[in-house]
Design a protein around this ligand. Structure first.
Ligand code: HEM
Length: 552
């Protein structure tokens, strides 16, 4: 299913019109003028052919050669003029005509939003609001973070009741994720989704539990030095989730994959920095900024290290060290790359893009979810105690085992409430591929729909006046009850066919990590913690999450 189509299932309330992020790049037409046409139509004289068998009286065609030069001169300038004219038209189309048309169309249907400004759209305002928000930490430990994390969306919802902008998938995001599962479409998406499904669900996921446990043991070994002291859990969880995804998906350790992680991190810094910068079409192809040049180098570095990792796996089979490419995610990718069936085969580019996607998606989101959950439990020690009791009653002091992980009911409620208040992915966007009617709304092709799940997770009309309070009991009778049967009110992992590929993986990992911490430690929030959630790929704690560790 095309991404645009998925949205029909959402209620109108979810749909926010994003005038800024119309995307007409896919519809770009190729330049139609061609030099060869001029030639074939006789506008540029062909050179005289010299027939050696006949006696030809050669005359210097002084006048005609001057005319030819003149014609050539005029033709070149005409082409240049046409090229510049087309470029100008393209720029005007992208930065003036299409946004104004979309703004007029949606405005005439009663959807209001911030005015579109030529070239910049609303980016200047976004940058200003974001800078202001990130400069000020929240002085109390309030979970009312929506206005802090997405100040522009918050301001505009209040000002225009429903008009939005969104962070479009920029060229940098493409560089970061390639054409992997998150961004791919159509048949390619279906093929990649099947491969990943096999590697991350059912028995494969069960098989990952011991690896997750031993990675947590490694982390807890480090924590022994912090007993009775402060520890920044966000940094710890970054290392832990990197280790877990490296070992479960790629059969290597964090240290082996460190170079790839470091390069991806640098690239995400550039992606974040350039998220709201405007680049002119055509011109941006010839003139690259320092960040773009740097990003290209990073992409090359990531390519080299991922290909090296893939080759290592292939070599093991070639040197008979192993008899198959393996059953983990990397193994499935290498198998698919070597598949004799052309329909199932994937290219090396696809394989690299998938690795990049899973390195990022598998680590970043899980890490922030764990951080926010520990913060909430550090403040709400009653819930921390309830979760600990449940863990001890199920596992005692033994490591968690996969069959009982699903029985952690209190912990499930805690994780859901943490995902409601601090959803790592704060919005989902879809492009309207072709003109559609949605309820009474008429949505033009090229428009981007921005579904702000964080806005919904923090909406008092859905959750009640206590919306900003940490109350895991909301989920005691499941999501349907908590949302009063509104499936589109809570979707931290997305909805529909493009729902998160790794949700089971992430929840299993979180339950193991939290159980093993709770078995050993109680924790309270450190006085040095500064409450400042901000967006950097996911919703991150700007200054880390420092807690005080005490042995149980
Ligand atoms: C708390 C953790 C996570 C959260 C909150 C989360 C959230 C999401 C959301 C909201 C989407 C839907 C995006 C859309 O509809 O455009 C998504 C898609 C995806 N997620 Fe996650 N994710 C998490 C963990 C993971 C993990 C651990 C992995 C990999 C092991 C992963 C891999 C993916 C992939 C590959 C997609 C794209 C699926 C597709 O388009 O078919 N995610 N995730």
């Amino acid at each position: 299913m095309r991404r645009g189509g998925d949205l029909c299932i959402y209620s109108l309330k979810l749909l926010r019109v994003d005038i800024l992020n119309f995307d007409n790049t896919q519809k770009e037409t190729k330049p139609r003028y061609q030099f060869s046409v001029l030639m074939s139509k006789g506008m540029i004289p062909r050179p005289l052919s010299l027939n050696k068998t006949k006696t030809v009286v050669k005359r210097k065609p002084v006048v005609s050669s001057m005319a030819a030069s003149l014609m050539m001169f005029v033709s070149v300038y005409a082409c240049l003029f046409v090229f510049l004219l087309l470029t100008l038209m393209k720029i005007l189309d992208k930065f003036w005509w299409t946004p104004m048309r979309i703004q007029h169309l949606v405005g005439s249907q009663g959807i209001k939003g911030p005015c579109y400004r030529f070239i910049y759209g609303n980016t200047k305002e976004i940058i200003k609001l974001r800078n202001e928000a990130s400069a000020k930490p929240i002085l109390t430990l309030s979970h009312d973070i929506f206005s802090k994390v997405q100040p522009q969306v918050y301001t505009w919802i209040n000002a225009y009741d429903g008009a939005y902008t969104k962070a479009e998938a920029t060229a940098y995001v493409k560089k970061l994720l390639g054409d992997g599962l998150v961004t791919a479409e159509g048949d390619k998406w279906a093929k990649q989704r099947k491969l990943a499904n096999y590697a991350f669900h059912g028995e494969s996921l069960k098989g990952m539990v011991p690896v997750m446990i031993s990675s947590v043991e490694m982390m807890l070994e480090r924590w022994k030095n912090h007993q009775g002291k402060e520890i920044d859990v966000s940094e710890e969880f970054r290392l832990l989730t990197s280790e877990v995804i490296s070992r479960t998906a790629f059969g290597s350790s964090y240290l082996e994959g460190k170079k790839t992680f470091d390069l991806l991190l640098k690239l995400s810094v550039l992606a974040n920095r350039n998220a709201f910068k405007v680049r002119l079409p055509v011109i941006s192809k010839f003139w690259k900024t320092a960040d773009e040049k740097e990003a290209e180098k990073l992409v090359k570095g990531i390519w080299d290290s991922v290909v090296k990792m893939t080759k290592k796996r292939e070599d093991k089979v070639l040197t008979k060290e192993a008899d198959s490419f393996g059953t983990d995610f990397l193994g499935s990718l290498v198998n698919a790359y070597h598949d004799t069936d052309e329909k199932k085969r994937i290219s090396i580019e696809d394989s690299v893009d998938e690795c990049k996607t899973f390195y990022i998606a598998g680590q970043e989101t899980s890490s922030t979810m764990l951080g926010w959950t520990v913060l909430l439990l550090a403040i709400h020690t009653d819930w921390q105690e309830a979760a600990r009791k449940e863990v001890i009653s199920l596992f005692g002091n033994q490591n968690p085992h996969s069959d009982a992980i699903v029985k952690l009911k209190t912990m499930t409620m805690i994780i859901k409430e943490s995902l409601r208040l601090y959803p790592p992915v704060i919005s989902i966007s879809r492009k309207v591929e072709r003109q559609v009617q949605l309820g009474k709304l008429f949505l033009p092709a090229g428009m981007t729909l921005y579904i702000a799940n964080m806005a919904l997770h923090h909406d008092p009309q859905i959750w009640g006046e206590d919306v900003h309070l940490f109350k895991p009991e909301r989920f005691s009778e499941g999501v349907a009850k908590a949302t009063r049967n509104n499936p589109a009110a809570f979707f931290p992992f997305g909805l529909g066919p493009r729902t998160c590929m790794g949700s089971n993986f992430a929840i299993t990992e979180a339950k193991i990590v939290l159980s093993m911490i709770l078995q050993r430690y109680t924790f309270t929030l450190s006085p040095s913690y500064i409450h400042s959630p901000f967006t950097f790929v996911t919703v991150r704690p700007q200054h880390g999450i420092q807690v005080m560790l005490h042995r149980v």
